[in-house]
Design a protein around this ligand. Structure first.
Ligand code: NDP
Length: 318
């Protein structure tokens, strides 16, 4: 699939491109599964600028077909996944060897691809951005989304009390199944309802991937010295913020983290991937596949994701 001009889902078009050849340090992978992520819509729309035309998608999983010079970490036949090499909406891709994670034998290729990017993101958000402790109350927006369902499960596993937000009853049920103790609808009175559930105190951390439409409420839901982890912008980017608001809100912390900075070294990538795959293999983390689409039909996946019709993880099948 190729994006030759920026725009809505309709700009995702099938293209017949030459087979790529792996260069120095690169690996040729035949894709079995493509992970769809919200960030793919930011690239497609031009919110994250990149040169045109491009093959979108950061996340893929498949089998190594060939390795370029100086590659020693993987070999043909290995099952691999990656989360940070643009061009995964394809049947074949060349990926820097440093970006590849070898999938452990006890995790399926589809599951590994479905959990890689979002699982490692949930991992750093809960362990590093704010280190969730037993007894903390945390707020997870879009709790039935790809990220949301993983955050709910993992936060509960760490001993937190989890409050989720969603937009429908069907999504409420999924968030509860994933571990949310309470599920609320968005709305102007969200901070009041969150305070009512926390003895007036507010939550230790808000995980907010929704952005523009939730930002003000997220700040208002925090306890004194609470952390707002603004990790995405599904409803649009947040306008500039006066830092004084963090003071008047109670010495609050605001951060805008991204996975890239949390898997920068091969060691960090291997560690985070092994924590996530280990949790999956142990049965402590489950991945809900909310939809599988033909690769040629990537536009439908984007349309569904952006219109809030989906739950869990979306995949494309080449
Ligand atoms: P989701 O499956 O969570 O889909 C987005 C959800 O956001 C929707 O289902 C919807 O849930 C909610 N939402 C609220 N308002 C809107 C709106 N106006 N338009 C669209 N959706 C809205 O997507 P992902 O799990 O793929 O990603 C979630 C967020 O996490 C994104 O912002 C993404 O960029 C971010 N992300 C950030 C990473 C990082 O490292 N910083 C890494 C991975 C993801 P509901 O209907 O319940 O409101």
């Amino acid at each position: 699939m190729q994006v030759a001009r920026l725009g809505g889902p309709e700009v995702l078009e099938p293209a017949d491109l030459p087979d790529p050849e792996p260069g120095v340090g690169e690996v040729l992978v035949e894709l079995a599964v493509v992970g769809v992520n919200y960030i793919d819509t930011y690239f497609r729309a031009g919110i994250y600028p990149t040169a045109l035309p491009f093959v979108p998608g950061l996340e893929g999983g498949g089998t190594v077909r060939a390795v370029g010079p100086e590659v020693t970490t993987v070999a043909p036949g290995d099952r691999v996944v990656w989360t940070n090499a643009i061009g995964s909406y394809a049947t074949l891709a060349t990926v820097p060897a440093a970006e590849l994670v070898t999938i452990p034998d006890d995790v399926g290729l589809e599951t590994a691809t479905a959990v890689a990017l979002q699982g490692m993101t949930a991992h750093y958000l809960l362990h590093d951005t704010y280190r969730v402790a037993v007894g903390d109350t945390v707020l997870v927006h879009a709790a039935a989304g790809g990220m949301g369902l993983l955050l709910c499960q993992m936060a509960r596993g760490l001993g937190a009390r989890v409050i989720g937000t969603t937009s429908s009853e069907e999504k409420d049920a999924l968030a509860r199944e994933a571990g949310a103790h309470e599920v609320l609808r968005y709305g102007d009175d969200l901070p009041e309802r969150v305070r009512a559930l926390t003895g007036g105190e507010g939550v230790a951390v808000v995980y907010d991937g929704v952005g523009a439409s939730t930002f003000d409420a997220s700040l208002a839901c925090l306890r004194v010295r609470g952390v707002l982890a603004l990790y995405g912008a599904a409803s649009g980017p947040v306008p500039p913020v006066d830092p004084q608001r963090l003071n008047s809100g109670g010495s609050l912390y605001l951060t805008r983290p991204s996975l890239f900075w949390h898997v920068r070294t091969p060691e960090a990538l291997a560690h985070r991937a092994s924590e996530v795959f280990g949790a999956v293999a142990a049965g402590d983390l489950s991945v809900r596949i909310g939809g599988r689409y033909a690769l040629d039909d990537a536009a439908s996946a984007h349309r569904d994701l952006e219109s809030r019709r989906t739950t869990g993880k979306l995949l494309l099948v080449p």
